[in-house]
Design a protein around this ligand. Structure first.
Ligand SMILES: [Fe+2]
Length: 407
C-alpha cells in the first residue's frame, strides 16, 4: 500500500487496480494515457491538465510531487521529502480525480499523493498568493489620507487581539496607522512595537530620539525642514515598520508630512512610463556619514513586488551617495529622478498634520515617505522617540492573529 495513504483515499471502486512500480520507461509514459477506468487523466511529458472547477489547468509533475501534503512532517511542519533524490524525476503511473482531490500514483515509488483541488485552484488562479492571508492588496491614499488613517488606542492594542489585528491589517493595507493615548515613557514605545514583533536595532541602537542636539549626526536632530525620505536606505535591509512616538510637540511649526509613495509611483507609471521604467530598473547608492559606522547599499528608487505592482520606494537625498551609473544613462535617469522627487511634493499627494504628545505614528518605511516642516527651535519642546520592527514580523503577527480568531 502507498506509504502515505490517507484513510479516505479509498481505491477507486470501478474495479481498477492501481499500477504499482510501473516498469515502463519514463519516455514511454510521457506520451501515453494510463487508463484508470473512465476517470484517468491523460499524462503529458512533464505534467498533466487537471480539470478544475474554474477550467482545466496545467501542473508540472515535479511541482505536484513536491506539493503532496505527505512531504511535510506533521510535527515540525518542515519538508521531509528530497525531490532531488529521485534520479529520473517524479513520474506518475496514473492520476484521477476523486471527489475534491487529485490522486496520483507515482512510478518507482510506493507512494500515492492526494492533492486537494482547492490547493490546485489557488495556484492556478493566483500563483498561490491567495494562500497567504497577509497578502492583502495595498489601499492607495492621497492628500486627504490623514482623515482616513486607522486610529487605535495604545491600551486596546496591547490588551486586545482584535485591535492588534486591526492595527496590523491597517499597516499592511494602508501602510500607516495612528496610535493615541501612549504613556509618556520609553516603555510605552517598546510595548507597542513588540505587539507586532521584535524591535530591530540599527547602528543607533534599539531606539532613537529625535530632538535638537548640540552636535547632530542627522538632519532630523536639527530644527530644519526634513525633505521627504525613507529611513536608512544605506542599510542593505532598510528598516521595515517605523514607529515615531511623539513625547512632546509644543514648538511653532514642525508639522509632519506623509506620502503614500506607492500611490505616487503608480501615478508616475501612468503619467510618465519612461521615467517609471528608469527608476524601477536601476539601483543607486546610499551612504550614511556616521562617526562610528560605514553602512552603504544600492537600492532601487521604485520597488516592485512579484506581480509588478509598486511595493515601495527608496528616497533619501541626504543619504544618497554619488550615483555610479554610466553617465549616458544619467542623461535620462537624473531628469526622471528629479521629476519624481518633485511629484512626491505635489499637494495632491502630501498629507500634513501635527503630531501631538501621546500619539505614535506607525508606518511602512518601504512604502510611506515622510518628512517634516521646519520649526522654531526655541519656541517650545519637540521630542519624538522612534524604533523599527521588521515587515516580516508584521505580516507574521497578522497571520497568527487571524488564525487564532478563526480557531
Ligand atoms: Fe526619517
Amino acid at each position: 500500500m502507498p506509504t502515505d495513504a490517507n484513510p479516505t483515499d479509498a481505491a477507486p471502486t470501478d474495479g481498477f487496480s492501481p499500477v504499482r512500480d510501473d516498469p515502463a520507461p519514463i519516455s514511454a509514459l510521457a506520451t501515453r494515457s494510463v487508463t484508470h477506468g473512465d476517470r484517468s487523466l491523460p499524462l503529458g511529458e512533464h505534467g498533466l491538465d487537471v480539470p478544475l472547477p474554474s477550467g482545466p489547468a496545467y501542473f508540472n509533475f515535479h511541482w505536484l510531487r513536491d506539493a503532496c501534503p505527505a512531504t511535510i512532517d506533521p510535527v515540525t511542519r518542515e519538508r521531509v521529502f528530497d525531490i532531488a533524490a529521485l534520479p529520473s524525476g517524479p513520474c506518475p503511473s496514473t492520476a484521477w480525480i476523486d471527489g475534491e482531490a487529485l490522486v496520483i500514483e507515482w512510478c518507482a515509488e510506493d507512494h500515492r499523493s492526494r492533492l486537494p483541488l482547492a490547493l490546485l485552484e489557488a495556484f492556478a488562479t493566483d500563483a498561490g498568493r491567495v494562500l497567504d492571508a497577509a497578502a492583502l492588496p495595498r489601499r492607495a491614499w492621497f492628500a486627504d489620507g490623514y482623515a482616513a488613517f486607522a486610529r487605535l488606542a495604545f491600551h486596546d492594542i496591547v490588551t486586545s487581539d482584535v485591535e492588534r489585528m486591526r492595527f496590523a491589517r491597517a499597516l499592511i493595507e494602508d501602510g500607516i496607522a495612528l496610535v493615541s493615548s501612549m504613556d509618556d515613557s520609553d516603555d510605552a514605545l517598546t510595548r507597542l512595537a513588540e505587539s507586532l514583533g521584535p524591535v530591530t536595532p540599527t547602528v543607533d541602537g534599539s531606539c532613537f530620539d529625535v530632538r535638537l542636539t548640540i552636535d547632530p549626526v542627522n538632519l532630523a536632530y536639527t530644527a530644519r525642514a526634513l525633505e521627504l525620505h525613507t529611513d536608512l536606505p544605506n542599510e542593505e535591509a532598510a528598516p521595515g515598520v517605523q514607529f515615531l512616538h511623539c513625547r512632546a510637540n509644543t514648538v511653532a511649526g514642525g508639522r509632519s508630512l506623509f506620502v503614500d509613495g506607492a500611490a505616487v509611483a503608480e501615478t508616475l507609471r501612468e503619467e510618465r512610463p519612461e521615467d517609471f521604467h528608469l527608476l524601477a530598473t536601476y539601483d543607486i547608492p546610499f551612504f550614511r556619514r556616521h562617526p562610528a559606522a560605514d553602512y552603504r547599499a544600492h537600492q532601487r528608487v521604485i520597488e516592485l513586488d512579484r506581480s509588478g505592482s509598486v511595493s515601495g520606494l527608496t528616497v533619501s537625498q541626504h543619504l544618497q551617495d554619488t550615483i555610479d551609473l554610466p553617465q549616458a544613462v544619467l542623461d535620462d535617469y537624473y531628469p526622471a529622478l528629479c521629476r519624481f522627487l518633485r511629484m512626491l511634493r505635489e499637494d495632491r499627494f502630501v498629507t500634513r498634520f501635527r503630531l501631538s504628545g501621546g500619539e505614535c505614528i506607525v508606518f511602512d518605511n518601504h512604502r510611506i515617505v515622510h518628512g517634516r516642516e521646519a520649526f522654531v527651535a526655541d519656541s517650545g519642546q519637540r521630542h519624538l522617540r522612534g524604533c523599527y520592527v521588521d515587515r516580516g514580523a508584521l505580516r507574521s503577527t497578522y497571520r497568527t492573529l487571524l488564525k487564532r480568531s478563526r480557531a
